[in-house]
Design a protein. Structure first.
Length: 276
C-alpha cells in the first residue's frame, strides 16, 4: 500500500494499518523489557489494573523508565511521517505506554472512548493521534482493539452520549493485524479494548501525540539532565522543550511574544533548556 493510501484511510476511516512495520524479533525484545518493568511495578496481588482500565496490564511513561530502549520509538520515521501529515504543525508527546489485554474471571465494563478532549468532525482539526505498535499478533480472541470506522467524523465524545453509542453499537470492527504492525488512529476515533477470551498474550505500545499548544498529562520537560542528554533535536521537540510556556511579566509582557521556539534556540544543557 502506498503512502497516499494510508493518508486517505486516515481521512476516510479515522485509522490506518501498516502491516509488518517492525520486525518480529525486535517486538520480542521490547516485550521482554516491558515485562521486566511491569514486574517491578506490580506485585502479584495487584497484577491487573483496576477501574476503567481493569482487564489490562498497563505501564506508562516508558521513556522515563527505560530511555535507552524506548526513546527511539517516539521519533520513528514511519510514525513521524504520518503524524506530520495529520498535524501539519509542531506536535508533542502526550505519553508512551504498554498495554496487555488479559483474561480475567471478574466481569468488568470496557468503556468506549476517544483520546481527545476536543472532538471535532473535521480531520484537519485533529488535536490528538495515537500510534499503536502491535507487539503480538492482534486477533479478536486475544483482545484486539475495537474501533468504529468513520466515527472520527461524528464530533461526539461518545462516553458522554450513550444514546449515540447504542445506535451504532454493532458498527465496530476489530483491529486484527500481524505481529509488528503499526496502527495509527486519530484521537477522536471511538475505540475500546477488546476482551481476551483465549488468554494469549497481546502486548501493544501506544504512543499518544498532541498539538504543541495542548498541555500533556506528563510534563516530560521535567525528565532531568540524565535523560535530556540522551535526546536528539526531534525528541527534545516531542518532550516539549521548544513549547515551554514563557514567564509572563506584567511590566514587560512576554519576552518575545512567542511560545513556540526553534530547536536551535534551546540551550545545550538541561538547565538552559528550561529557561525561556
Amino acid at each position: 500500500m502506498t503512502k497516499n493510501k494510508y493518508y486517505n484511510q486516515l481521512l476516510k476511516n479515522g485509522y490506518c494499518i501498516i502491516n509488518h512495520a517492525f520486525k518480529k524479533h525486535y517486538c520480542e525484545e521490547l516485550i521482554k523489557k516491558i515485562e521486566d518493568l511491569y514486574k517491578k511495578k506490580r506485585s502479584k496481588r495487584h497484577d491487573v489494573d483496576e477501574g476503567s482500565f481493569y482487564g489490562q496490564k498497563i505501564i506508562r511513561d516508558l521513556v522515563l523508565r527505560d530511555p535507552k530502549t524506548f526513546l527511539k520509538l517516539i521519533d520513528d520515521k514511519k510514525i513521524i511521517k504520518v503524524l506530520e501529515f495529520i498535524f501539519k504543525d509542531s506536535f508533542i508527546l502526550e505519553n508512551i505506554m504498554a498495554s496487555n489485554s488479559v483474561n480475567v474471571k471478574k466481569k468488568y465494563k470496557r468503556i468506549v472512548h476517544i483520546d481527545s478532549h476536543l472532538p471535532t468532525s473535521d480531520p484537519k482539526l485533529t488535536t490528538d493521534a495515537v500510534a499503536m505498535i502491535c507487539l503480538d499478533e492482534f486477533k479478536k480472541e486475544n483482545g484486539a482493539t475495537k474501533i468504529w470506522p468513520k466515527s472520527h467524523l461524528s464530533g461526539i465524545r461518545i462516553h458522554h452520549d450513550k444514546k449515540k453509542l447504542k445506535n451504532r453499537e454493532k458498527k465496530y470492527v476489530y483491529v486484527e493485524a500481524p505481529k509488528g504492525s503499526l496502527v495509527i488512529f486519530l484521537g477522536q476515533l471511538w475505540h475500546q479494548i477488546g476482551k481476551n477470551i483465549n488468554n494469549n498474550r497481546r502486548w501493544a505500545i501506544l504512543i499518544h501525540y498532541k498539538r504543541w499548544w495542548i498541555k500533556p498529562s506528563t510534563n516530560f520537560t521535567k525528565c532531568g539532565s540524565n535523560i535530556f542528554n540522551q535526546l536528539n533535536d526531534k525528541q527534545k521537540e516531542l518532550f516539549g522543550f521548544n513549547s515551554i510556556i514563557p514567564k509572563f511579566n506584567l511590566r514587560k509582557q512576554f519576552r518575545n511574544g512567542k511560545t513556540l521556539r526553534k530547536i536551535s534556540s534551546i540551550g545545550k544543557n538541561y538547565s538552559q533548556a528550561l529557561k525561556y
